[in-house]
Design a protein around this ligand. Structure first.
Ligand code: FES
Length: 79
């Protein structure tokens, strides 16, 4: 999953640390209603966008797996 905030881009594997299920049981829906956190739509775990840390839910204290990326000439590349 790729989340853009201004000039910053955050990329994580789309798998909840709780069960490994994709976070977007509702396709393409990754964020809370206010857009402040990533939310797993299966059991509701919430994660900080900046580092993928789970702040509430069944996997509290775990983190999403980050994906290494690089931005070159305005394009995002997975490393
Ligand atoms: S599968 Fe994501 S919170 Fe349970």
């Amino acid at each position: 999953m790729v989340i853009r905030r201004g000039h910053e881009v955050f990329v994580y594997v789309n798998a909840c640390p709780h069960t490994g299920m994709p976070l977007d049981f509702k396709p393409g829906r990754f964020l809370t209603a206010d857009g402040a956190l990533i939310q797993c739509s299966t059991h509701g775990a919430k994660f900080r966008i900046k580092d993928g840390f789970c702040v509430s839910g069944p996997c509290q204290g775990d983190s999403l797996k980050p994906v290494k990326t690089e931005i070159r000439d305005g394009h995002l590349y997975l490393l």
